[in-house]
Design a protein around this ligand. Structure first.
Ligand SMILES: [Zn+2]
Length: 469
């Protein structure tokens, strides 16, 4: 199978030109002006953007959490990703307490088996380290293509680890070329505040934010940065939501430390006031860290523009509002934390980042594809359009208008964080390794086409076909 994408505006993190892209098999084999080649399929991309497929390094599909399980499994979650122009993601395996990492990996691979619509890798969320067991096993994960460890500094009594576990994991990471990812909030302080609020009868969704003040995120971010310095590991702070955590990351990067950070689409658009919506509608916006005061949104736009933050992910962790979120109708601490978002990242960042003049088109590609590929051992096989790279390509119509809605999205969730938002710009054709995934608003490929990707170590390249040849 060969595909010729003709006359589109090809945009990577570095380039922006009108040209043809020729795909043979699963990889890009030729790029040029007015290519004279025969192809099985020709896509007229005149007036369209030709972008590398999105890479979302932060998702939770088919994950048990808060006494329930996320509503999107691998098939529905990856289908919504495909419609949104995301062709690869890295999901979190959560080590069940007392289990080996090998057992956890087998369990997560079984959940994905036969259901994969896009390519995927895994991070390992470490919840429990035992000397003479999982502590030693940690070092073997890069051999499985798992080259990032995740630690929760919050969710006391559930996923949270103590500083000893965090620090020991950082020491292993420094030895094995693995990236340490942290959910940075001070879980002990938050636990005190949550219990005090509930004792005073404060049960509405807004108390989710009021018991997790931004200082608890700032403190944990700084603690993780300092500990990673002592251990000598690279650090990646997930879902940065506020000035208090942007500032320590900015200082670390100015000093040239090996510290990286992401924010998520929703933090630019959903603020604290959403949690105050009546009749438990505020429950839709209960995710962690919580929606913050609106002035943080400008801080985040500045941070992604100036490379203080390097990635925009979604933290897609979808639940039903009616039936799952409502578990916590009378107690905010029982509302499952998380929200859908895999499908809308490119549209929202294009509209309010690029079209609003906050970031360039190149920077958008860098934040949504190239930087996640580089940080998570997928580049240059993924994250760019180049000879030898996987033909993960989005033909994007920058003029088409749509209104975002749960009635048309592909997640199984019954609400959308951006309901009613009008955006200009739609992924029109989406290719995964040269196979057409989405065209004319339909999923063309069948589940099973997606593959597990063994990622390279932190700072190393995942070789392309051309480089291997
Ligand atoms: Zn998450």
């Amino acid at each position: 199978m060969s595909v010729l994408i003709k006359g589109g505006r090809v945009v990577t993190a570095a380039d922006d030109y009108v040209g043809d892209v020729y795909v043979e098999g699963e990889r890009v084999s030729l790029i040029g002006e007015s290519l004279d080649v025969q192809a099985d399929k020709v896509i007229d991309a005149a007036g369209k953007y030709v972008l590398p497929g999105g890479i979302d390094p932060h998702t939770h599909l088919d994950m048990p959490f808060g006494g329930t399980v996320t509503i999107d499994d691998v098939e529905s979650g990856q289908t919504s990703a495909a419609f949104g122009g995301t062709t690869c993601h890295v999901d979190f395996i959560i080590q069940p307490k007392g289990q080996t990492f090998a057992a956890a990996l087998d369990e997560w691979k079984a959940k994905a088996n036969g259901k994969q619509v896009i390519d995927m890798g895994y991070h390992m969320a470490v919840t429990d380290l035992k000397e003479g067991g999982t502590l030693e096993e940690l070092a073997s994960l890069p051999d499985e293509g798992i080259t990032s460890y995740k630690l929760f500094m919050a969710y006391k009594g559930a996923l949270m680890v103590d500083d000893e576990t965090l620090f020991r994991t950082m020491q292993v990471a420094a030895d094995t070329g693995t990236l340490v990812m942290v959910h940075a909030e001070n879980g002990d302080a938050i636990d005190v505040l949550v219990k005090a609020a509930l004792a005073e009868g404060k049960t509405e969704p807004r108390y989710h934010a009021l018991t997790r003040p931004p200082e608890t995120e700032g403190e944990a971010t700084n603690r993780a940065i300092q500990l990673s310095r002592v251990a000598g590991s690279a650090l990646y702070v997930v879902h940065v939501s506020c000035r208090e955590s942007v500032e320590p990351i900015a200082i670390a990067r100015e000093k040239g430390w090996n510290v990286h950070g992401e924010t998520c689409t929703q933090y630019f658009f959903v603020d604290y006031s959403f949690l105050e919506r009546p009749d438990f509608e505020g429950g839709k916006y209960v995710y962690t860290p919580p929606p913050r005061a609106k002035e943080n949104q400008d801080v985040l736009w500045n941070a992604v523009r100036t490379d203080v933050l390097s990635v925009v992910s979604t933290d897609h962790c979808a639940f039903l509002w009616d039936g799952q979120k409502t578990i916590g109708r009378d107690d905010f601490s029982k509302i499952p934390n998380g929200a859908p978002g895999l499908e809308n990242r490119l549209q929202m960042i294009h509209e309010f980042g690029v079209r609003a003049g906050r970031i360039s088109l190149n920077r958008m590609v860098e934040l949504l594809s190239t930087n996640p590929a580089k940080l998570f051992g997928l580049y240059p096989r993924k994250g760019t359009i180049a000879v030898g790279s996987d033909a993960d390509i989005v033909v994007f119509d920058p003029e088409k208008k749509v209104t975002i809605s749960a009635s048309t999205h592909h997640s199984k969730s019954d609400y959308n964080l951006f309901e009613g938002t009008e955006v200009t710009g739609v992924p029109e054709v989406v290719l995964l390794r040269g196979h057409v995934l989405v065209e004319d608003g339909e999923l063309v490929a069948s589940p099973g086409i997606g593959q597990y990707v063994r990622r390279a170590k932190f700072g190393e390249e995942l070789k392309t076909a051309a480089a291997v040849a």
